[in-house]
Design a protein around this ligand. Structure first.
Ligand code: RB5
Length: 151
């Protein structure tokens, strides 16, 4: 992945507050943040927001994405339906680092009902600070992931 400068962020009603806190954190780190999520507590459907961020990443409108719902699961499943997306749900910073190094995850996801804000920040920064090991077995396996999109 090229250098990340612009990050698309998306969320459902379960994660409005965490989205705002993570947005501020990303801005403090120097990233430009584009909000694709909902900003109200009114119940909404996470596939819409996962798809919006997935499309923005896949098209190059943004360099990478952050998705948050109650668990991080539904919204990441939605994003993974978009061709070219590798969205990973993580609840710890080690997994977040490894999913960049090994899977070249272009979207990180987590659950506002699963992790606290400090863990969420640690997940985001571990993922952003890591580099993809873009050779050998990792390159082969990421290629195999995308070959599945042809089925
Ligand atoms: C919303 O209640 C909840 O289902 C959603 O935020 C997410 O956890 C789905 O995977």
């Amino acid at each position: 992945m090229a250098e990340i400068k612009t990050i698309g962020i998306g969320n459902d009603h379960a994660a409005v507050d965490m989205k705002q806190e993570i947005t501020e954190y990303l801005k403090e780190l120097g990233y430009q943040v584009v909000n694709f999520g909902t900003d109200t507590a009114e119940s909404c459907d996470y596939p819409e927001y996962g798809a919006k961020v997935g499309r923005a990443v896949a098209s190059g409108q943004v360099d990478a994405g952050v998705l948050i719902c109650g668990t991080g699961i539904g919204i990441s499943i939605a994003a993974n339906k978009i061709r070219g997306i590798r969205a990973a749900v993580c609840s710890d910073p080690v997994s977040a680092r490894l999913t960049k190094e090994h899977n070249n995850a272009n979207i990180i996801a987590f659950g506002s009902r699963i992790v606290g804000i400090e863990t969420a920040k640690a997940i985001v920064s571990a993922w952003l600070d890591a580099d993809y090991i873009g050779s050998g077995r990792h390159e082969r396996r990421v290629g195999q992931l995308h070959a599945l999109e042809e089925e």
